[in-house]
Design a protein around this ligand. Structure first.
Ligand code: SF4
Length: 294
């Protein structure tokens, strides 16, 4: 089966699968040399992976300016077709919701041109139920994992596969991540599907579960992100939030100060560069944060 590569949480895997293609959501590795100046490390990693993929297509979204620009860079570097999906920052208006639904329809036509097929409502429902059950299992598994150290939420921008080491650093410092609220973690899973709506309007339910329900720093207004973290802090008994963002990322930078004000627990604002030698410094800061919370 042909694979379609993407990384953004606003791209519904079940829509790609229902169209008969293989959704390949990837967590990119650190990019090597040769990236244009001023590209954020995550966007650079995605560009690097996308430029060398054997997928039949790449989906990039307008989640931030860096990602929008990535689509142009990838197109200039490889022959693989690139679909730039518009994800509006505003999410409360009917116009914005319609725009997102129209983008899914446009994506569907793009996938048909690649050899996919428009799904029947029954096929879409079946695929959605399958993915919904996989996500329910993932949530249940996360809930049964018992914290060994001080319970913390890890929030912020997306992680590359080379950044996942931060979970180990937090454990070394005496903490445990009870919620991955980074862009790509549990926070950005779509909402469970409403079964009644699923039966009558699967495409509408799919669009709403993603577009109307996923918290993200790019959303305007941004209250979803704040409300989600407030709610989960209490629900998970977390004692603090480690907020990790890239030095060059305006999207997640913009929320750092506001989260410190709005959350009822201490926030460690961890600004990551692209240098792997930062590790010791990061560990020291996390250790100091955990000690302060004990
Ligand atoms: S980390 Fe920030 S700048 Fe980089 S792709 Fe994500 S939102 Fe955009």
């Amino acid at each position: 089966m042909k694979s379609v590569l993407y990384t953004c949480p606003f791209v519904p895997a079940e829509w790609i699968a229902a169209c008969g293609l293989d959704p390949m959501r990837m967590t990119p590795e650190r990019a090597g040399e040769g990236m244009p100046a001023g590209v954020c490390p995550f966007a650079a990693a995605f560009i690097h992976a996308a430029s060398t993929t054997n997928a039949c297509a790449i989906i990039v979204t307008t989640v931030c300016d860096q990602m929008s620009r990535s689509a142009e860079i990838i197109e200039a570097r490889c022959e693989t077709p690139v679909f730039l999906m518009n994800v509006p920052a505003t999410w409360r208006t009917e116009e914005a919701a319609k725009l997102y639904r129209d983008e899914l329809a446009r994506l569907g036509r793009f996938l048909e041109d690649l050899g996919g097929a428009k799904p029947t409502p029954e096929q879409l429902i079946e695929t959605m139920l399958h993915y919904d059950s996989l996500r329910a299992k993932r949530r249940a598994d996360d809930e049964t994992a018992r914290p060994k150290g001080l319970p913390l939420i890890l929030a912020g921008g997306p992680l590359r596969s080379t950044d996942i080491e931060i979970f180990d650093l937090i454990e070394q410092a005496g903490g445990t991540v009870v919620l991955d609220a980074t862009a790509g973690g549990e926070m950005t899973l779509p909402a469970p599907f409403d079964r009644a709506r699923l039966a009558s309007d699967p495409a509408g339910e799919l669009a709403d579960a993603y577009f109307a329900r996923i918290p993200h720093a790019m959303r305007r207004p941004d209250n979803q992100l704040h409300e989600y973290l407030n709610r989960e802090l209490t629900a998970r008994g977390a004692r603090g939030v480690i907020y990790r963002r890239y030095q060059w990322c305006d999207t997640w930078h913009g929320e750092a100060g506001r989260l410190k004000d709005s959350l009822p627990a201490p926030v460690l604002d961890l600004v990551a560069g692209d240098d792997e030698s930062d590790r010791a410094h990061v560990l020291t800061r996390i250790q100091a944060f955990v000690e302060m919370l004990k």
